[in-house]
Design a protein around this ligand. Structure first.
Ligand SMILES: *[C@@H]1O[C@H](CO)[C@@H](O)[C@H](O)[C@H]1NC(C)=O
Ligand SMILES: *[C@@H]1O[C@H](CO)[C@@H](O)[C@H](O)[C@H]1NC(C)=O
Ligand SMILES: *[C@@H]1O[C@H](CO)[C@@H](O)[C@H](O)[C@H]1NC(C)=O
Ligand SMILES: *[C@@H]1O[C@H](CO)[C@@H](O)[C@H](O)[C@H]1NC(C)=O
Ligand SMILES: *[C@@H]1O[C@H](CO)[C@@H](O)[C@H](O)[C@H]1NC(C)=O
Length: 582
């Protein structure tokens, strides 16, 4: 009897009131732990976000947000069912990881259930609650922290500290992707075979691949990483470049370390980034009206896959795969990279951005300027996590017009480092870049910029360098203390104080930039770029004020919820099994 009574009961739920407890639709979900015991699902609408936790425990479940990923100074909620009686408390932890109850309760239980193995809790809150103990939820990365225990929760009890716990970075406000891709679509893999990773902490491994020959235009609509199980932490990022179409199949025979003096010349023809993936990212699905064109004469035929392996401690043999699926589809075409050419007067439309930095990166943003005005940020991440870098889909496509300026800004923390941090390929060097995915395709491979080097050197008192400059690094001529030193050596020799560091920062941000952009099939990478000044901002962008709302708004719903509680409890107790509770 009991077995079929419960489903009937639930059906009643769904029919009676569409936004019913437990009946909410959660378009996003993620397993938070390594053994699939803790699953989070969530839904976001307007200012409200709703969560559903399904955890393999009959004790309490903890969930929260922490700026560092640690259990200190975090916004937490703790809930469960104690002998059938549901509880949920809005809490916070202090700097000593002591859990305290929030004086303002902003998490609202919508549904709770426990069976022989699992606890399910559904609750909601406002994105901005006005409570300093709650974390405001934005488009930035958020480090979700989770915990569970076999016993129910008691304040000050030992069971808090003995829990299973962990952290995972997520972007909670990602737009919904409801693209359903049929599994029967054709696809192809680009996979490195048995690469022996050298015993060094950074390896950029390059291998050429040939795109399958198709005799008409097709579009790639989805790309997903294929990483051998257990090697997830070694594969740091992958880039796919389009190479010259005049190559032949002899280039496919072997891989080589990239940026190496002995690497084959054919690699140098691969300049246009057509896809990027970085650690923590998942598959990428193009919007319905866009795809990566393959199969025509202008499309990629030979591609170079560059894999950054991060191998600080050991040697491994690795087979890493890069998988693409494709299908004949819509007429649009797309191309991925970093700036705009004047050839498209109607501009390009950006729909996704990947912000990239290395270990010192803390906050990244991409700013967009047009004729003296700053527009809304194209993308931002105020809590950048090096281990979680994926394409952010924009809420709305953004048009970039000729003459617009795009600036990627990176804020770093190097407080723990005693030496200067340099730009470079290692994760302990830095990068500051963004990959934009846009359409239609334009003739541009990439853009780079560097604040004028001579002016940077003037900050530390350099007067003259040897000219003409034909080599990198160039050499300093005077004054004497820097004579014959390179840029890097001179900067390292200077005795930096904290104040000098700060004023150098301010100084560099105002310097003219040397900007270098290249076109496809244009092998010349000009040594001297074009000088450009940082955009002048007459009308800065003013962000819309955050409207925070405390819990009072939810009272209207509460009445209905209370009605359901009574009803369910009555049925449940008749069954002598408090299966469904609220
Ligand atoms: C308990 O609930 C979980 C989560 O919904 C479910 O996967 C599991 O099958 C349930 N167990 C039983 C015995 O019904
Ligand atoms: C392929 O390219 C290589 C290197 O550019 C060249 O030496 C070789 O002759 C080419 N082979 C064919 C069949 O064109
Ligand atoms: C800085 O270094 C100290 C000591 O090595 C370490 O405890 C701390 O976590 C580090 N802080 C950061 C932000 O990396
Ligand atoms: C700098 O290099 C030049 C040319 O190599 C050399 O003649 C000169 O002695 C060097 N000066 C110093 C201070 O090392
Ligand atoms: C891109 O521009 C370069 C330089 O003007 C030209 O040589 C090349 O053919 C162009 N490529 C395409 C695909 O239009």
């Amino acid at each position: 009897m009991r077995c079929w009574r419960l489903p009937l009961l639930l059906l009643f739920f769904f029919w009676a009131m569409p936004p019913v407890p437990g009946g909410r639709h959660y378009p996003h979900s993620a397993v938070l732990d390594g053994s699939s015991r803790y699953r989070l699902s969530w839904a976001h609408q307007g200012d409200t976000i709703a969560f559903r936790l399904e955890v393999r425990t009959r004790g309490y479940v903890g969930f929260g947000f922490s700026s560092t990923g640690a259990m200190t100074s975090a916004d937490m909620v703790v809930g469960g069912l104690d002998r059938g009686k549901p509880y949920l408390q809005d809490c916070f932890t202090n700097a000593d990881r002591i859990l305290k109850k929030d004086s303002q309760q902003d998490y609202h239980l919508e549904y709770a259930m426990e069976n022989n193995t699992h606890t399910i809790l559904a609750f909601s809150r406002q994105l901005h609650t006005c409570d300093p103990n709650d974390k405001s939820l934005t488009e930035s990365t958020v480090r979700v922290i989770w915990a569970y225990h076999e016993k129910d929760f008691k304040y000050g009890g030992q069971n808090y500290h003995g829990s299973n716990r962990g952290t995972k970075s997520l972007r909670l406000l990602n737009p919904e992707k409801n693209a359903v891709i049929p599994s029967s679509l054709p696809y192809f893999d680009l996979a490195n075979q048995n690469v022996a990773i050298p015993e060094q902490d950074t390896t950029y491994w390059c291998q050429m691949f040939k795109i399958p020959i198709l005799h008409e235009k097709h579009h790639v609509i989805k790309v997903e990483p294929l990483i051998q199980k257990g090697h997830e932490s070694i594969v740091h990022h992958m880039l796919l470049y389009q190479c010259s179409s005049s190559l032949n199949d002899s280039v496919l025979d072997y891989g080589h370390e990239c940026y190496h003096p002995n690497m084959p010349d054919s690699f140098l023809t691969c300049q246009t980034v057509i896809f990027a993936w970085a650690i923590g990212g998942e598959g990428f699905i193009y919007p319905p009206h866009v795809g990566l064109s393959i199969g025509t004469a202008l499309d990629p035929q030979y591609v170079l896959m560059e894999v950054h392996y991060d191998n600080p401690s050991y040697l491994e043999v690795l087979g890493c795969k890069y998988k693409k699926s494709y299908m004949p589809s819509s007429p649009a075409s797309y191309h991925s990279l970093c700036a705009l050419d004047a050839e498209k007067p109607t501009g390009i439309h950006v729909f996704a951005v990947l912000l990239h930095a290395h270990l010192a990166g803390r906050a990244l943003r991409m700013r967009h300027f047009r004729k003296g005005s700053e527009l809304q940020l194209l993308a931002y991440d105020d809590e950048f996590d090096f281990n979680f870098q994926e394409f952010q889909y924009l809420k709305e496509e953004r048009t970039i017009l000729p003459g617009d300026n795009l600036v990627t800004e990176c804020h770093y923390s190097t407080l723990n480092r005693s030496d200067m941090t340099w730009g470079g390929f290692s994760t302990r060097n830095e990068m500051c870049l963004s990959y934009l995915v846009y359409y239609p395709k334009i003739n541009l491979t990439r853009c780079e910029s560097i604040p004028d080097l001579m002016e940077q050197l003037q900050f530390i008192g350099v007067k003259q360098i040897y000219r003409p400059v034909r080599t990198w690094p160039f050499i300093i001529k005077s004054p004497k203390q820097y004579k014959n030193l390179s840029f890097v050596d001179a900067m390292n020799k200077f005795k930096w104080s904290r104040e000098q560091g700060h004023s150098y920062n301010d100084y560099v941000l105002k310097l003219p930039l040397n900007v270098r952009c290249t076109k496809t099939e244009n092998a010349e990478w000009t040594i001297h770029g074009m000088m450009a000044l940082p955009p002048e901002i007459e009308r800065p962008y003013t962000a819309e004020p955050i409207i925070c709302s405390s819990s009072s708004r939810l009272n209207a719903n509460l009445f209905l919820t209370v009605l359901i509680v009574v009803h369910i409890s009555a049925i449940a107790s008749r069954n002598h099994e408090p299966f469904v509770q609220l």
